[in-house]
Design a binder for this molecule. Structure first.
Ligand code: ASP
Length: 338
């Protein structure tokens, strides 16, 4: 970390990802996270509205992160905001699991100061990297009064999204994110000009950060043609305390999976039903292994939360020691339309 500053400033937390990646000939041409926060800031050039203090948190591809790594990023955000001269925080992060870390950070964020995630689709050594412009816009957003009180934001390719509901929707295109259910907060131009919709009046209360070491296993299990209970039972055998079931359609499985879900909940595991579909809520409608049977088997519908963000919320709540009833209430509130 650079020496702390007493004047108003921003903090840039770097975690790796494509924005920091370079091609390594010694690794067969694989791209790996390489640049630290200092180099990332230098890549932007120019002057910013506030000085930027840089902190290296991690230097990895986000596909390799676990929930504890994500909680570490959240702790670093909290540490940064403990300093009253910090006006906002930018986190550079791989795009693969940015929707997880940004949502986790949002769940524990009670501070109105802006926290903005960004990254890149093209590596730092690409001919025309998108990282520097994304980072410049994220820095401008994090330093703006309009970004306050909105919870954690994701700024990418000129678009600004709330963390809740945001998803990586493109593997290659630079417009890599969408938020099918909760929409965009607005846009930010290359020169930092903002066009944001009015902020929501109320946000759910921030959840506490769990004590480090409060680890617990939460697995993602999919329903698909021919799925049975083998994966779910293997997760329980491996010690899973929670399961996110990636259902089909409106949140359905099949009779064999429903049976395994009933066994899991009877044994004290918490099961949440989400869906592989891009948009719309999970609603218990169908029998014969559908969502109504999953509900009867004790599974909690995720609302609008996709499997990725359901896993983050369930992991956090289980680490906090929440009961099944508290978890159901949290999904109803945070997975709803409010
Ligand atoms: N494609 C990813 C990225 O944008 C790799 C990762 O998630 O780290 O950074």
């Amino acid at each position: 970390m650079t020496p702390s500053m007493s004047e108003e400033h921003l903090v840039l937390l770097a975690t790796g990802g494509t924005i920091s990646s370079r091609t390594r000939a010694d690794l067969g041409g694989a791209a790996v996270a390489s640049d630290g926060a200092d180099e990332l800031l230098r890549s932007v050039g120019g002057a910013h509205a506030f000085p930027v203090q840089v902190v290296d948190v991690l230097r990895v591809g986000s596909y390799a992160l676990d929930v504890d790594d994500m909680l570490l990023v959240c702790s670093r955000i909290r540490e940064a905001l403990a300093d009253p001269s910090v006006v906002g925080v930018v986190v550079t992060h791989g795009t693969d699991t940015m929707e997880e870390t940004a949502f986790l950070a949002d769940l524990v964020q009670g501070d109105p100061r802006p926290v903005v995630f960004t990254g890149a689709q093209k590596a730092a050594d690409a001919e025309d990297p998108d990282g520097p412009a994304n980072l410049a816009r994220a820095i401008a957003l994090a330093g703006s009064a309009e970004a306050k009180g909105r919870g954690v934001l994701l700024s990418f390719a000129g678009e600004v999204f709330p963390a809740r509901g945001v998803r990586k929707t493109e593997t290659v295109r630079v417009h890599a994110f969408g938020n099918p259910d909760y929409g965009r907060d607005g846009s930010i131009a290359d020169d930092g000009r903002l066009n944001l919709a009015a902020a929501k009046a109320r946000r759910p209360a921030a959840l506490p950060l769990p004590h480090p070491g409060a680890a617990c296993r939460v697995d993602l299990v999919a329903s698909y043609p021919g799925a049975d209970g083998a994966h779910l039972r293997a997760s329980l055998d491996a010690g899973a305390a929670g399961i996110v079931l990636q259902g089909t359609g409106i949140g359905n499985a099949n009779p064999l999976l429903c049976q395994a879900v009933a066994e899991a909940t009877a044994g004290g595991a918490v099961v949440v039903t989400s869906t592989r579909v891009n948009a719309g809520p999970v609603v218990p409608v169908y029998g014969a292994g559908g969502g109504k049977d999953l509900l009867a088997a004790g599974a909690i519908p995720s609302g609008f939360l996709r499997p990725s963000q359901s896993l983050v919320l369930l992991s956090l709540l289980l680490r906090l020691g929440s009961s099944r009833e508290e978890i159901a209430a949290a999904f109803a509130e945070r997975g709803g339309t409010g």
